[in-house]
Design a binder for this molecule. Sequence first.
Ligand SMILES: C[S@@+](CC[C@H](N)C(=O)[O-])C[C@H]1O[C@@H](n2cnc3c(N)ncnc32)[C@H](O)[C@@H]1O
Length: 209
Amino acid sequence: MEKQEIRTFGRRHGKKLSARKERLIETVLPKIAPNADEKNSILEIGFGAGEHMRDLAIVNSDKIIVGAEPFVNGVAALLSAICDENETITPEYKNLRIWPDDVRLLFDKAKFQFDTIWVLHPDPWPKARHEKRRLLNAKFLTLLGQNLAPDGRIIIGTDHWEYYDWILEQVKRTKLKVCNSTHDTIKTRYQQKNMAHTTEVKYIILGVE
Ligand SMILES: C[S@@+](CC[C@H](N)C(=O)[O-])C[C@H]1O[C@@H](n2cnc3c(N)ncnc32)[C@H](O)[C@@H]1O
């Protein structure tokens, strides 16, 4: 990630964390860092509180699920949900890995070959003067393509239709192609809140040409 790369996320910290969550960040988080040597893996970018990550972990128990999220309270919420009262990760979530930062820094560290990359409800930055903060620009989409397995798929879901159209325009400036395929998903926290006041979530599924 180039030093001058613009920030694509809002807050990094929310309300003060509970003592349990603080401990989980200190003790559990360092043990589940992503490692590019672990093959058969799925990435979720901007997992929020991690509802969809947990679903992915259970449905894909034979795969590694990597999540990137710079919002500390989101990371803490996911850790709290996957750990028992002894502050140990429960067996069904042993395949989860967390990168608690900007995903572009993860790609600086190593080259990955993800089977699937999920981006659900990326921040739409609706004001024209904030457009440069949109994560899914042509440069970033190209980077995703470089970290995808040969038959891999990028799945993007948004209820912000203007951002949806904008992403499709960006795709034209990459070597990615739009694929006609289906997928399953669950309602994430963002979608449940229906913050953009529309109901239909539109999906874009991309593969490498
Ligand atoms: C609108 S929220 C959606 C959260 C979740 N996917 C959902 O649907 O509930 C967008 C999330 O993307 C994260 N995000 C933004 N830029 C990011 C980046 N460069 N790397 C990783 N996550 C990012 C934000 O911190 C935020 O949690």
